[in-house]
Design a protein around this ligand. Structure first.
Ligand code: ASP
Ligand code: MG
Length: 420
């Protein structure tokens, strides 16, 4: 007998038929003798609809009230799933985040989980009851309803699994696992049987939408065994999906490169002809950070005659705001010859823990992009990824070419002698 946390996303509970399907799968695991905690999202499109209602009334709704509204989506699905399971003859009980007591801070619309009281859930599980918990929501110390940010049900699932020390956390979604890249761009993309937690973290932050990044961070921190699976398959079938592993459990079958990730919605800002002196990066990026704008890649050139150029990328939705901040600060905290921007860029990244022990991957990447005439505008690397910024019109081409260059369409060849 195992304790399993299953999380179902919006598409998986998008209709009452699909909810019945979820109930069948939950019932099967229960019949096999497992204890189950099921976390659900709102029905697909519902959170968007609720947030849009609030926007009809105010351009700037009070975040506390926005959470009161947004959290109702998940309350509907927990009740419906409990009803479906009871109809099938099982004992089930639904819980809102507050009823479990998923305690969060009070950062409305992007709250962080502080603690989870597992007492009530445990008692239910011992009594053979299937526990159903609303994803995406919690409650702060003053009993205000909070939400965890878009896609937050993944984090709810992983956090519950961590709190309950579950044997496995299964994330059911509309794809059957994590792929080497988006199959809509590369039809030959393959499902990965395993991917390491660190690779998944890179992929989530580099644009793969399969898991909310915070949930991956959580899984890493608490060593939660996480698996991504499809909810749209026959509920009686057991598929393997993709298991997120920790590097130490990794076998020799690990490919050097695991995937190609990308983000479309990037923008680049270059501050040209700034003084080449201590404190200049802070003078430029300090005000940007103070305006709560996330900066991603940063490049500063080697200066000539006391001046240098400084470039960085931001999410496209914050591009104008960042330009405004710089325009305001220019001449006050820093001087610049010119500030230019380009919002038609994207970022393509190659990810793999095999990079640690293999050299020459960057030049292989750069050569294959060069062969296609794709100009690289910026480069950043970490131990396990190489990212480049390119013109957005080459995104699909770059992803396809890199997928081919690193032979991701073929099953991984064991890394020879990898003793890392
Ligand atoms: N319903 C929430 C959203 O759409 C949370 C989730 O689905 O994970 O963002
Ligand atoms: Mg999701």
């Amino acid at each position: 007998m195992a304790l399993i946390v299953q999380k179902y996303g919006g598409t998986s509970v998008g209709t009452t038929d699909r909810i019945k399907n979820v109930a069948r799968r939950v019932a099967r695991f229960h019949r096999e003798g497992h204890q189950l905690v099921v976390v659900v999202s709102a029905m697909s499109g519902e959170t968007n609809r609720l947030l849009a209602l609030a926007k009809e009334l105010s351009a700037n709704p009070n975040p506390r009230e926005l959470d009161v509204v947004a959290a109702t989506g998940e309350q509907v699905t927990i009740g419906l799933l409990a009803i479906a399971l009871e109809e099938m003859g099982f004992k089930a009980r639904s819980y809102t985040g507050g009823q479990v007591r998923i305690l969060t801070d009070n950062a409305f619309t992007k709250a962080r989980i502080l603690s989870i009281d597992e007492q009530n859930m445990r008692a239910d599980l011992e009594a053979g009851t299937i526990v159903i918990v609303a994803g995406f929501q919690g409650v702060d110390a003053e009993e205000n309803i909070t939400t965890l940010g878009r896609g937050g049900s993944d984090t709810s699932g992983v956090a519950l699994a961590a709190a309950l020390k579950a044997d496995e956390c299964q994330i059911y979604t509309d794809v059957d696992g994590v792929y080497t890249t988006d199959p809509r761009i590369v039809p030959e993309a393959r499902r990965l049987d395993t991917v390491t937690f660190e690779e998944m973290l890179e992929m989530a932050s580099l644009g793969s939408k399969v898991l909310q990044i915070r949930s991956v961070e959580f899984a890493g921190k608490y060593q939660v065994k996480l698996r991504v699976l499809s909810s749209l398959e026959d509920p009686m079938v057991t598929s393997r999906g993709t298991l997120i592993t920790f590097e130490e459990d990794h076998s020799m079958e690990q490919a050097i490169i695991s995937g190609i990730a990308f983000t479309r919605d990037e923008a680049k800002i270059s501050v040209m002809g700034v003084e080449d002196k201590p404190g200049i990066a802070y003078a430029i990026l300090g005000p940007v950070a103070a305006a709560n704008i996330d900066v991603d890649m940063i490049v500063q050139n080697i200066g000539a005659s006391g001046h240098t150029d400084f470039s960085f990328t931001v999410n496209r939705s914050e591009y104008q705001k960042a330009l405004d901040v710089l325009a305001r600060e220019r001449g006050k905290v820093f001087k610049a010859r010119e500030i230019i921007g380009d919002s038609k860029i994207c970022k393509v990244s190659v990810v793999g823990i095999g990079m640690r022990s293999h050299v020459g991957l960057a030049s292989k990447m750069f050569k294959s992009l060069a062969d296609e005439g794709i100009n690289i505008q910026m480069i950043s690397t970490s131990e396990i990824k190489i990212s480049v910024v390119i013109d957005e019109k080459y995104l699909e081409l770059a992803v396809r070419v890199l997928h081919k260059t690193f032979e991701l369409d073929k099953p991984p060849v064991p890394i020879a002698g990898s003793a890392v």
